[in-house]
Write a protein that binds this ligand. Sequence first.
Ligand SMILES: NC(=O)c1ccc[n+]([C@@H]2O[C@H](COP(=O)([O-])OP(=O)(O)OC[C@H]3O[C@@H](n4cnc5c(N)ncnc54)[C@H](O)[C@@H]3O)[C@@H](O)[C@H]2O)c1
Length: 393
Amino acid sequence: MGIAGGRTQRSGNSMGKKQLNIGLVGYGFMGRTHSNAFLQAGRYFDLPFEPVLKSVCARNAGRVQSFAANWGYESWETDWRRLIERKDIDLIDIAGPNDTHAEIAIAAAAAGKMVMCEKPLGRNAVESTSMVDAVERAGVANMVWYNYRRVPAVVLLKQLLDEGRFGRIFHYRARFLQDWTISEDLPQGGEGLWRLDVAVAGSGVTGDLLAHNIDTAMWLNGPIEEVTAMTETFIKERRHNLTGRVEPVGIDDASAFLCRFSNGSLANFEATRYARGHKALYTLEINGEHASAFWDLHDLHRLQYFDHRDEGRTRGWRSIHITDGDHPYMKHWWVPGLQIGYEHTFIHQFADFLDAVGAGREAAPTFRDALATDLVTDAVLKSAKTRQWESIN
Ligand SMILES: NC(=O)c1ccc[n+]([C@@H]2O[C@H](COP(=O)([O-])OP(=O)(O)OC[C@H]3O[C@@H](n4cnc5c(N)ncnc54)[C@H](O)[C@@H]3O)[C@@H](O)[C@H]2O)c1
């Protein structure tokens, strides 16, 4: 940034490119990861547009103003409708709680804006379907922030699978374990705790955590055909922050399911917020005829890989350190051996989105791709109630 004369100089990389004006809704956890991506992407990737942090919207004027100042947004709003009305915004990015996604996305698409939305797309597949219809009817670029598709180690796994190195796939297993809601004194609802309020969140760990596992799984291993599930709500009542009353808890605290993929492989998935000691342990494993692989979010720059075709005496699990220039995305970062982290997944995803828009392509995962995940999470929740296998429509 140049300070001479008091005007900000844009970086050399972005000079002369068409500007793409962003309006962000929500300045919480994801509002920060996205804002960081908007600022960093053009510094590391040759983007077809220059992202401009035009405006940020949230309901509290004082806090949204200081967020705007901290991250360099040119302006701020307290009503997302006003943001969508603005002619100087090209792209609406939705990083609010799950109950804000559909209304904002549908209005943004109708106004002809590009739309990026946090996961899960809707609170259920009905809501998500209306969002898919809206963006497809309007013909606007759209993408959902399933950011684990942009972890270099996970992308490498996808490449190895697509090259056929695993042969026939037999098994897939994934988990997402946390421990932050074990206390029965924790209230539900309101700021920071909307995830425990089913009216806002749509579901508990099924839509919040398993949705990530399912999106990655279907990207790597293809569609899921049928599921059988069980869920549990360990703490049945909590004080609601907005009403002050003790109210029933409508979310699932834990969720586990078995499923069958279209390729014939069997899988099991588990997510919970009651696994004491685990904060965000997303793990996945895939077992094929020739090879297996394992990935762990707490060690996200490594892929554990086993290839049965290796020479017998030295055959074993390899721990591949994903930091070399020929690893996915890594040539944009540091020198071999040096790692990147969680925030980079959002930078990668935003850079891929702009690339796709520049080339007139769809940016995956689209709203339609994310609807596929919501169809599975709906079937999981239904199966937990019916105690039957449920097929995915
Ligand atoms: N991709 C990921 O890995 C990931 C991780 C965390 C959260 N998420 C998703 O991101 C979304 C936001 O989650 P978070 O953890 O950032 O939540 P958060 O509670 O930290 O932030 C939510 C923000 O939305 C704002 N907000 C709420 N209602 C609003 C309204 N009507 N108008 C404008 N702003 C409003 C709040 O003020 C707050 O700034 C959720 O859908 C969540 O599922 C995704």
